[in-house]
Write a protein that binds this ligand. Sequence first.
Ligand code: ZN
Length: 501
Amino acid sequence: MSKTFETLQPYLDKAMAFQTARNLFEWDDQTVAPFEAADYTSKVVGIISDEYMKCLINDDVRKLIKKLSEEKEQDELTDKEKAIIKELNKTYEQLESIPPEEYRAFNELALVSNRAWTKAKKDNNYEYFAPYLKKIIEYKKKFAGYRAKKNQDPYEVLLGDFEECFGIKELDVFFDKIKSEIVPLLKQISKKSDTIDKSYNFLKYDVNKQKAFCKYLSGYLGFDFNRGVIAESAHPFTLDLHNHDVRITNNYKENNLESAMFSIIHETGHALYEMNIDDSLTQTPVGSGTSMGMHESQSRLFENIIGRSEAFWAPIYSKLVETYPENLKNISLEHFLKGINKAEPSLIRTEADELSYPLHVIIRYEIEKAIFAGDADVDKLPELWNKKYQEYLGLTPTNDAEGILQDIHWSYGEFGYFPSYAIGSAISSQLYAKIKEVMPVDEYLKEGNITPIREFLRDSIHKYGATKNTNQILKDITGEEFNADYYVEYLKEKYESLYSL
Ligand code: ZN
């Protein structure tokens, strides 16, 4: 380790401690904290965030990063240290532009706004949430404005925070391709929706049995319960403190068998990424997944491509039938597979099938783009939302709880995040094409052997943390950068065959 880097290390350690504490509060807030905790707890979180900023943004650290960015110093650094300096320069660019008091005020607002969203969604009352959303947007616009390069769209700045390899130009191309191929395909399929019976999915499924089966599924995929826990929250998510403490949540619905099962497979995909980050990287600025798009590729690979395949269910379907014989004893594996792959337009993104899913993302992307371009009135967002659902999915929400209020993200200012879900699906198809080339993946799955797939992902993606970006990882594995053709081909092939088109 270089002398200069050694001087920087204690600042990084302290910043990491505050970040870990902040994450722990976030976890607590989403899982077990009582409703009225927010008013006071948000102040505590504000102070912790403030201290985090102070550890990273100060004259000493500024000087050290500047020095460590010089060529002479760079020669002395290991690859890991170089990646950390690159990441810190990015963080500096992000954080230093924001006055600390505004940053703190925003963090406090985000917590309160999130509570307001929870209440608004429960009461189906968008008007209650709208004033908070307006304030959140104002802050995000202001923060993005501080960082935008000349003539740069503020939304482009926000997109870059989640996926540096994709801007508005790349996303417009990607989404236009999806719209032109998938909207017509989905229309064809909706005419044949009666051909697949899925009524078994909506019978009564005991929630405690669901919990046990989901825990089994997570362990089956390789979730390490000595380094992770599963809790409950309104909206499933994954949060890591470090690679020895990775937490996921799930949400169980008594009248929907699939919902919790595929959520847990999804979140386990995220968790495996974080658990497999190399020990030398965890608790450093490059110690998490490299981007939201790459993260989603891992969750979606397990949730959709693997988790909805015949090879995956062949060895374990009987266990599911044994758990709910009253509902499933007459449902064959073939019937079940058709059910879990059934595609039909729907209103809720998190419940959407694999085919219509990207259209939900495109709607959010287009609305976010309009908000940040100043083309959308926040009070009228529900109307815009409903219009787009009618256009792409042929459905109109009957209320805002199943419309614009359904997702948590905007309530705490996460704009620019949604596209990563669709990017992730597309990456997972590109990765899977390669996995099929290098191993007999169906044979492994039929034997109940997930290990070779997990090890492939660990060795080619997970262990690197954020030391390589999305396109570098894809290029090293597949020989090419992001290519959405694999995704479109995968979806068309799968659904044309399923519906005999
Ligand atoms: Zn996810």
